[in-house]
Design a protein around this ligand. Sequence first.
Ligand code: ATP
Ligand code: MP5
Length: 273
Amino acid sequence: MTQVPCALTIAGTDPSGGAGIHADLKTFQELQSYGMSVITSVVAQNTTGVQAIHHIPLDMIEQQLESVISDMPIHAFKTGMLATVDMMRIIANQISNLDAPYVMDPVMVATSGDTLIESTARDFLREQLLPLTSVVTPNIPEAEYLTGEKITSLEDMKKAATIIVHELGAKAALIKGGHLQEEAIDFLYDGERFYSFAAERIPSKNTHGTGCTYSAAITAYLSKGDSLVAAVEKAKHFITLAIKHASNLGAGNGPTNHWGIREEKNRYEHANN
Ligand SMILES: Nc1ncnc2c1ncn2[C@@H]1O[C@H](COP(=O)(O)OP(=O)(O)OP(=O)(O)O)[C@@H](O)[C@H]1O
Ligand SMILES: Cc1ncc(COP(=O)(O)O)c(N)n1
């Protein structure tokens, strides 16, 4: 029997469905990878911001990890919001037993500007978790924090990627240039080569959860056996269409549309029939 691709996300929640675990599972489902999740924090949030955060007790995070790892196949996994050093320690310990690609979205601040992790946890993330990753996907402010260098140009983005790989120990770095210039251009560095992924900038306020959705799409494609470069290329297409077909939900920064690819295909077929 063919093996079903299986992907795991370890992250916080979003009851409004656009970011965190919710975005990850919708993306896994859309890309036909069997989705599984370990919840680190329950976050009361919506398109306007974060209203409250409750961290799951550490023994319960550990038990969730044990439950899924001891029983289920995991072909790729990602981490999102990991708020405290203690959580990160438990997670680092458990994932070091996994033989699967690890995609880290180094979530620090939400699109709304709300801080999602403790400041001491940022250092632990950089020093202890980063060396375990197959690829880390910082946006510009996150890459600036990780490297301690200001990023104002495409050359700066590339330099940050080399620091993250050669000095901080990640296997690969994907620096997202979402806010830098007209084109939405991202650079992947795998320790040997740079690859660029560019898309048109879509004028939209509906960007809640874009980082989560993009990293989940990379994870889904890796779980299906794609190379890192192929996974990022396909995920970039996925996130661009998810932003393009967003439905303008909520009063703030709305969620993307996780079935944007299907919508585009339906429109194409409709226009050509
Ligand atoms: N308006 C946009 N139009 C097209 N692509 C975008 C747009 N905004 C973000 N992207 C792309 O979406 C992907 C996810 O970006 P992400 O949102 O994580 O990073 P960011 O835009 O740099 O920061 P932030 O998470 O703070 O919005 C990246 O490929 C980025 O280039
Ligand atoms: C649980 C959780 N994880 C991550 C984000 C970041 O997403 P974004 O920066 O796109 O709002 C979020 N808002 N909530």
